[in-house]
Write a protein that binds this ligand. Structure first.
Ligand SMILES: [Zn+2]
Length: 318
C-alpha cells in the first residue's frame, strides 16, 4: 500500500525498447548501448519495439498459503521516514525545521548493473528528509543550503573538488515528486555520474500519506514541505576509493581521509622477538583500542608492514 500511495508502482519506471531479433531490452535513452547492440548483430537489420515503461520495483511473493501475496522490496528507503513521521514528531518533540536521517538497503530491478559497485540491484542509501514550513522563499533558501552542504561534505572527506559538480535537472527529467532537483556528479573513469540527489519534494509525500504538522502552541497546522538529500553509499565509497588511490613506483597508497579509513592507526613492535618491545607495543595497542580501530602487525620486516597499511589507507603507524 505504501508503494501505491507513494506513486512508485505507477511512475518508478525506465523506458525500455526490445530488440525484435534476440529480445534483449535496453534503455531507450541509452544511444551508445543501442549502437553497440546493433553492431553485435553484424549486418542484420534490427527492428526495435516502441519504448515501453518498465517498473524498477523488485516483486516478491510472501505467505505460506497459495496464492501467495505479492509484495515489493523497497525501491528506496525514503518512504520509511514518512510512514514514521508522526511517531518521530510525537516521541522526540521536534520543531520545524528538522530532519530525519537514515541509512539502509534498497532494491531495484535494474537491467544494466555494472561499473563496479556503481549500479547494482541491491544497494545502500543514505538519506535525510528535512521538513520545513510551506513557503517558497524558505524552500529555495534551504534547498540551496543543502546543495552546498552536501557537496562540501564530500570535499571535506577527500573527493577532489575538480571531480565534482552540481547539475540542476531540467523540468522534463525530474522525478514524479520533485519541485526542483539537483544531482551531485563525479567525474568517474566511465563519465560524469550522479551519486547524490538533492530534491525539493514540496508537500508531495506528506500530502500523499495525509500527514500534517501542528505547531507546539497548536495555533498553526499545515503539511510541511520536504527537502531531501539522497546519496548512494556504494557509489560514494567507490568514488572515495578512486580519488584516494595513488601509485608511487611499485607501491600502492590509499590516501583516505582519517574519518573514513577502516583502521585509524596501526601498531608495530620494532622487533617481534624482544619481549620488552612487544610488551610496550601491546600496551599502546590496548590503550588506543579503547577509542579507535587499531591494527596490530608483528610479521616480516618493518618496511613491509608500512606498505601494507598504506595499501588499506591507515593514516597513522606507531
Ligand atoms: Zn538483439
Amino acid at each position: 500500500e505504501v508503494w501505491k500511495v507513494s506513486g512508485h508502482l505507477d511512475a518508478f519506471t525506465d523506458p525500455l525498447i526490445e530488440c525484435k531479433l534476440c529480445h534483449q531490452r535496453i534503455r531507450a535513452d541509452n544511444n551508445n548501448e543501442i549502437k553497440e547492440h546493433e553492431k553485435s548483430h553484424k549486418e542484420k537489420n534490427i527492428d526495435w519495439t516502441k519504448p515501453k515503461s518498465f517498473n524498477l520495483m523488485t516483486e516478491v511473493f510472501l505467505g505460506v498459503t497459495e496464492p501467495k501475496q505479492k509484495a515489493y522490496l523497497r525501491g528506496e528507503i525514503t518512504q520509511g521516514v514518512f510512514v514514521n513521521f508522526q511517531n518521530v514528531v510525537d516521541s522526540s518533540r521536534v520543531k520545524i525545521p528538522f530532519g530525519i536521517a537514515q541509512i539502509g538497503k534498497a532494491f531495484r530491478n535494474e537491467i544494466t548493473p555494472g561499473n563496479f559497485t556503481f549500479r547494482s540491484r541491491e544497494f545502500e542509501q543514505m538519506e535525510m528528509e528535512y521538513f520545513i514550513k510551506p513557503d517558497n522563499e524558505e524552500g529555495q533558501k534551504l534547498f540551496d543550503y543543502w546543495k552546498n552542504e552536501r557537496l562540501n561534505w564530500y570535499v571535506k572527506l577527500g573527493i577532489k573538488k575538480e571531480n565534482l559538480h552540481l547539475r540542476d535537472h531540467e523540468e522534463n527529467e525530474r522525478a514524479h515528486y520533485a519541485k526542483y532537483a539537483t544531482d551531485i556528479e563525479y567525474n568517474s573513469p566511465f563519465g560524469w555520474k550522479e551519486f547524490e540527489g538533492i530534491h525539493h519534494r514540496g508537500d508531495w509525500d506528506l500530502g500523499r500519506h495525509k500527514l500534517t504538522y501542528k505547531d507546539s502552541d497548536g495555533k498553526e497546522e499545515y503539511t510541511p514541505w520536504v527537502i531531501e538529500t539522497s546519496g548512494g553509499v556504494d557509489r560514494a565509497a567507490l568514488f572515495f576509493l578512486i580519488d584516494a588511490y595513488y601509485e608511487e613506483n611499485d607501491r600502492v597508497i590509499l590516501k583516505l581521509h582519517p574519518n573514513i579509513a577502516p583502521y585509524k592507526v596501526a601498531v608495530f613492535p620494532l622487533l617481534a622477538n624482544k619481549e620488552e618491545l612487544v610488551k610496550k607495543a601491546r600496551e599502546i595497542y590496548q590503550t588506543l583500542s579503547r577509542k579507535f580501530y587499531v591494527s596490530w602487525d608483528d610479521r616480516g620486516n618493518i618496511g613491509k608492514r608500512y606498505f601494507s597499511q598504506d595499501e588499506i589507507g591507515t593514516p597513522w603507524c606507531i
